[in-house]
Design a binder for this molecule. Structure first.
Ligand code: G3P
Length: 217
């Protein structure tokens, strides 16, 4: 499973990328706004900080505008993935990007029918938003299961990128459901390392080791 960071905070990204466990990054207009920085500069810095795919989202709502913006975003670095919304115009742009060899991440996916259309349009990634479906009273993980089944039925190459992740449990259940990737907020990513029994067990090991008076070096 590919683990991406859902962030525009370059310092936090670099800190977590040092673990070797970060396979890529996703951004969106809200995260760019929160950064308070120029989008093109942030995307360039992120692309330099990780080797993996970096999703950068268009702001245009029409196909022509998406194509112009997406080509500009794609020119920033070879690892840019152009993120487009799951709309009619977005999927028309996705098909054109596929023919131009530009990787795409189709975002704001909330139904299996939408995901089917995105795969047919040649999307590189599909981003079903688990947390927002949960917030809406649905079970976001059901969507991952449905998309996995459909994509496997027809051999679609589009990779499922579980998004709107709210907890380590979302990551685990997305992996169990066969999602190819998950994009994770930094605080949730850091929580993946932790378990109270690990901390308690390590405290006990260190306490018992100290009693031996030994040193390994
Ligand atoms: O960036 C895409 C997605 O992960 C954002 O989800 O619900 O946390 O805004 P959300």
């Amino acid at each position: 499973m590919q683990l991406f960071l859902d962030t525009t905070d370059v310092a936090i990204l670099k800190d977590l990328a040092m673990t070797g466990l970060v396979d890529g990054v996703t951004t969106n207009p809200t995260l760019i706004a929160k950064s308070g920085r120029p989008m093109l500069q942030v995307i360039a810095e992120i692309c330099a900080a990780v080797e993996g795919p970096v999703s950068a989202e268009v702001a245009a709502m029409d196909t022509a505008g998406m194509l112009d913006e997406g080509r500009k975003l794609a020119s920033i670095a070879p690892n840019v993935v152009v993120k487009v919304p799951l709309t009619r115009d977005g999927l028309i742009a996705t098909r054109e990007f596929a023919q131009e060899g530009i990787a795409t991440n189709v975002t704001l996916c909330f139904s299996a029918a939408q995901a089917l259309l995105a795969a047919k349009a040649g999307a590189s990634y599909i981003s079903p938003f688990i947390g927002r479906l949960d917030d809406h009273g649905a079970d976001g993980m059901d969507l991952i299961v449905e998309i996995r089944a459909i994509y496997d039925n027809y051999g679609f190459d589009t990779e499922i990128l579980a998004a709107s992740i709210r907890s380590p449990a979302h990551v685990t259940t997305a992996a169990l459901a066969g999602s190819d990737c998950a994009t994770i907020p930094p605080d949730v990513f850091n929580a993946l390392f932790k378990h109270p029994l690990t901390e308690r067990g390590l405290d006990q090991f260190m306490s018992d080791w100290a009693k031996t008076g030994q040193s390994i070096l």
